[in-house]
Design a protein around this ligand. Structure first.
Ligand SMILES: [Zn+2]
Length: 214
């Protein structure tokens, strides 16, 4: 990169994460894109996977929401976390009304993903909401490209385990767990996480996610 370009990048206000044109105002987005985030309140998504709990999401994985989620997750634009965290918080509030005393259990990143991104992106979104119990651990996950749905399911089941001491502590409180993920598609990951917690004696009545994909 030439010096002039490098300096421009350093000193100009960051561009909006969604349109990459207008300068970002607060929270990494320009005003127009911020207005493009879902604002009609969370909606219910019922994952195809039958063991996955019903999931409340902020909106479809589409448009501005998809852009923002990708920039946050893949490019580490952590200034976008407050906007995404706010959407998750609304989804959780809707669930918490029905499930008193619920705690948030984030789907953990694998160690490899955490190392690559420098942070655990779902857990980071949960932190400002509070009531977080990190009682799941991700095992290394081989690439799932080309796997059949059944193979994917089996792989997902093996990939998440409860952290025994933390899961036992949560089970002892009798509080239900609400799983948290960034995107829900088939629900295979949520089903695997729910199974791991349920076998530790924890009820998993619902999940929340930022977006519902295809
Ligand atoms: Zn924009």
């Amino acid at each position: 990169m030439r010096l002039a370009e490098a300096l421009t990048e350093l000193f100009l206000p960051a561009a909006c994460a969604a349109c990459r044109e207008a300068p970002a105002s607060g929270r990494g987005l320009c005003a127009a894109c911020a207005a493009g985030l879902p604002d009609r309140g969370p909606v219910l998504a019922v994952p195809r996977e039958r063991q996955a709990p019903p999931t409340v999401v902020a909106g479809a994985y589409d448009g501005v929401l998809a852009e923002v989620l990708n920039e946050y997750k893949e490019r580490g634009r952590r200034e976008l976390a407050p906007a995404l965290s706010g959407l998750l918080e609304e989804a959780f509030a809707a669930v918490a009304e029905q499930v008193p005393g619920a705690v948030l259990v984030p789907i953990p990143a694998t160690r490899a993903a955490r190392r690559e991104r420098g942070f655990d992106h779902v857990a980071a979104l949960c932190r400002p909401i509070g009531r977080v119990r990190r009682c799941l651990r991700a095992r290394p996950r081989p690439d799932s490209v080309g796997l059949s749905p059944e193979q994917r399911r089996r792989q997902a089941r093996r990939s998440l385990v409860a952290v025994p001491s933390r899961a036992a502590a949560l089970a002892a409180t009798g509080r239900p767990a609400v799983l948290v993920d960034d995107i829900v598609t088939t629900g295979a990951t949520l089903a695997a996480a729910a199974a791991a917690l349920r076998s530790a004696g924890i009820a998993v009545p619902a999940a929340v996610a930022v977006a519902a994909g295809q």
